[in-house]
Design a protein. Structure first.
Length: 171
């Protein structure tokens, strides 16, 4: 990944070829394609780890924590990951900002992350609701909660995108 990021930084994303990345990394093109389907994936390969870390943090939050406290608990391990990868993240953000195709992909990845976080929050909330209201004969509370979570999902994508961009922005 560092070879690709260096080249993207030096000569731009569009001007960088897979052959150049492989050569810089001392790999064959074939080996490169064993790890990445294309050069875009170099920029997005950490998304599964990001999601895993965040969901583990959510799961570890105390049962009585508010939704915001739960999301924040998930953010702590993610912040550690970004601290370790700050130079990569800064260049990555610049490359994505300069390429509309990559911006779209970034938003898709953020939407997937947000959907996973929202799903974990909904599951957590529904478990708590069910535990409190086992004798409830109506699903209206659950429907209202889901509608609230969908609104929260949209807001969370926006906030996540804004915070990640600010974090990796050049200072």
């Amino acid at each position: 990944m560092s070879a690709a990021i260096e080249l993207f930084d030096e000569q731009g994303y569009e001007a960088t070829t897979v052959a150049e990345i492989a050569e810089r990394a001392e790999l064959t093109k074939r080996t490169f394609f064993r790890y990445f389907s294309d050069k875009r994936e170099v920029l997005f390969s950490g998304s599964q780890e990001l999601q895993r870390l965040w969901l583990e943090g959510l799961a570890a939050a105390p049962a009585q924590a508010s939704p915001l406290a739960v999301v924040t608990a998930g953010l702590h391990p993610v912040a550690e990951m970004f601290t370790e990868r700050h130079p990569f993240a800064r260049i990555r953000a610049q490359v994505i900002e300069a390429n509309p195709e990559l911006q779209e992909r970034e938003l898709i990845k953020l939407q997937r992350l947000t959907a996973a976080i929202t799903g974990a929050l909904v599951e957590r909330a529904l478990r708590a609701e069910l535990a409190e209201h086992l004798d409830c004969k109506s699903d209206q509370k659950a429907i209202a909660l889901l509608e609230e979570v969908i609104d929260y999902d949209v807001m969370l994508v926006t906030v996540l995108n804004d915070r990640l961009r600010k974090y990796v922005a050049p200072k």
